[in-house]
Design a protein. Structure first.
Lengths: 410, 147
């Protein structure tokens, strides 16, 4: 095929050392980017350079290294701010990942507000990380989770959000991109609808940031959460963007060092934003690695990345749809670069093992989105999720391996 | 390592045509097993006659390894008392988890499960039905989960 991305795919692939490692004696075909993306040298080196040249604890010492570490960490925060187009670094809180970001909002924003009978609105396609934190606060407060349905393509109709918003709705929690189905949700529209009813919105952006340009001001999101490791960055680092007026009014979530101004047994005063929400020594090298990952994807260009992933998606959809007995789960009109599917007569788990034997890494199971998957009356699916470095040949390898698996099970 | 070592013909056959698939009415004991990792869910029904397995059936959905393991198990355990079942279960457990375990010739068809130990992620699939039947016999009545 002569179709190519608007960047040098061969050079890009050489940036990712793991991509040249054989798996089970075959070239690795890594199609599990939705679970975790691989890291380029730029990220690996940034973390190592931080450890070799700049490491000490941040915001504490007067010595040179502490200042260097602080500069690196706060520089990373500024890099994230620009990436999301937030107004201020006071709105950028470093967390362990999307899950912790959502839990922070659930515990610090929602929980103090919730009364018995209040409602948290989420969609049926959410990842468990955008369901269970709300169930926990609802259990503690007597509030309840209300669910926006999805149609048989895996799409959410914003009109259903409008219909289900009630005077008791205290927050809308929505994925930007569904991890299990690939659906890109019309979040700007959904946010406008919620805001018209006076309801703030949290967006789970874990699956969106590697594929789409995010502008939290244009979206008018109140909270936006994502993880570093899905963006070709380190694991263990993530971000919560929060609108400053909301964050300022929220109590701290965890207590400890760095989040205080003054501590005494008579009373403690909390630090300003964003430090109020960053108790304890943060993941400094992770933040530095995340900033390097952002530099990396922005140097390529997210629009070029998403254009290439759209081609990969089209090719995968076309190749896989030719396979007899294969059914796609999630066929939204507006989809990110992933395909979720089932094959007659083969459980996804068997498919995953057989594909792995041929070097093809995919995710199988419920993808931590059991309600979404259950909607389609299947216990599990196979999911191939694409990244900026995937090739059309790799899609062909996926399709060939699925055919091989089907034949093995005949 | 070869895929055919995991997906031996007897496994593929039991997956396609599971034996003793269905329900047993009360007073048979039912126990549920669940593997949250992959969504495997099965129910084992067992009719005990003074502690001896008179009849056993299963239903549910799962991968080839879990369905075949359950199917072959139902064939192998009829007529066993609790102690004999426990002994067989222990043998299967060793075959599934210990790299150097001999596969006893007495296992017959069940020896086909020997390929599973090369695939650590799949051991839970093969052991689910056994653990669930164990729970049913013990009268635990509670759901078994692999996690």
């Amino acid at each position: 095929m002569s179709i190519a991305p608007l960047y040098d795919l061969t050079a890009i692939r050489a940036d990712f050392p793991i991509l040249s490692r054989p798996i089970r004696g075959r070239p690795l075909v890594y199609l599990d980017n939705g679970a975790s993306a691989q890291r380029p040298h730029a990220v690996i080196n940034a973390e190592r350079r931080y450890a070799e040249e700049s490491h000490a604890n941040v915001h504490r010492g007067v010595h040179t290294l502490s200042q260097r570490a602080t500069d690196a960490f706060e520089g990373a925060r500024e890099r994230v701010r620009r990436f999301l187009n937030a107004r201020s670094t006071r709105e950028i809180i470093f967390t362990r990942g999307t899950t912790e970001s959502i839990n922070l909002v659930a515990q610090s924003y929602a929980r103090p507000h919730l009364q018995p009978g209040d409602e948290i609105l989420v969609t049926r396609l959410e990842h468990h990380a955008n369901i269970v934190p709300w169930q926990l606060v609802c259990e503690a407060t007597g509030a309840r989770v209300v669910v926006v349905p999805i149609n048989d393509r895996g799409e959410v109709d914003p009109e259903d959000v409008r219909r289900l918003l009630s005077p008791r709705t205290r927050l809308l929690g929505i994925a930007h991109v569904s991890n299990a189905l690939g659906t890109i949700l019309p979040v700007a529209e959904m946010i406008a609808i919620a805001h018209a009813a006076g309801v703030p919105v949290l967006v789970d952006g874990a699956q969106a940031v590697p594929h789409l340009t995010i502008d939290v001001q244009a979206l008018d999101a109140d909270f936006y959460a994502f993880s570093g490791h899905k963006l070709y960055g380190p694991d263990g680092i993530g971000v919560l963007y929060g609108r400053e007026s909301l964050l300022a009014a929220m109590p701290p979530w965890q207590g400890g060092g760095d989040m205080i101004l003054h501590v005494s047994f008579e009373g403690t005063t909390y630090n300003e934003l964003p430090y109020k929400f960053e108790a304890g020594t943060p993941h400094m090298s992770g933040a530095v690695g995340l900033a390097a990952a952002i530099d990396y994807v922005e140097a390529i260009g997210l629009s070029k990345i998403s254009a290439w992933e759209a081609i990969l998606l089209t090719h995968a959809t076309e190749r896989l749809s030719r396979i007899e007995g294969l059914r796609f789960i999630g066929t939204a009109h507006h989809k990110a670069g992933l395909v979720s599917f089932v094959v007659d007569g083969i459980h996804p788990h068997d498919l995953g093992t057989i594909l792995d034997e041929r070097g093809v890494a995919i995710r199988t199971g419920h993808h931590c989105a059991m309600p979404a998957i259950a909607t389609f009356k299947v216990p599990a699916t196979a999911r191939a999720s694409f990244g900026l470095y995937n090739t059309l040949d790799e899609i062909d390898a996926l399709a060939d391996a699925v055919v091989y698996a089907r034949d093995l099970f005949r | 390592m070869d895929l055919k070592d995991l997906y031996r013909d007897v496994i593929l056959d039991h997956n396609k045509r599971p034996r003793n698939f269905g329900v047993l009415a009360a007073p048979a004991i039912a126990a549920q097993g669940h593997n949250p990792l992959c969504g495997d869910q099965l129910t084992i029904y067992v009719d005990l006659d003074h502690g001896t397995i008179k009849e056993v059936r299963f239903e549910g959905s799962g991968c080839a390894i879990s369905v075949a393991s359950a199917s072959m198990m139902t064939e192998a355990v009829k007529g066993l008392d609790a102690a004999a079942f426990a002994a067989l279960h222990a043998q299967i457990h060793a075959v599934l988890t210990q790299h150097d375990a001999e596969v006893p010739a007495t296992l017959g068809k069940l020896a086909a499960l020997g390929g599973v130990r090369e695939y650590p992620a799949r051991v839970k699939c093969a052991s689910l039905s056994w653990r669930t039947l164990e729970a049913a016999i013990a009268g635990a009545g509670t759901a078994v989960t692999t996690e």
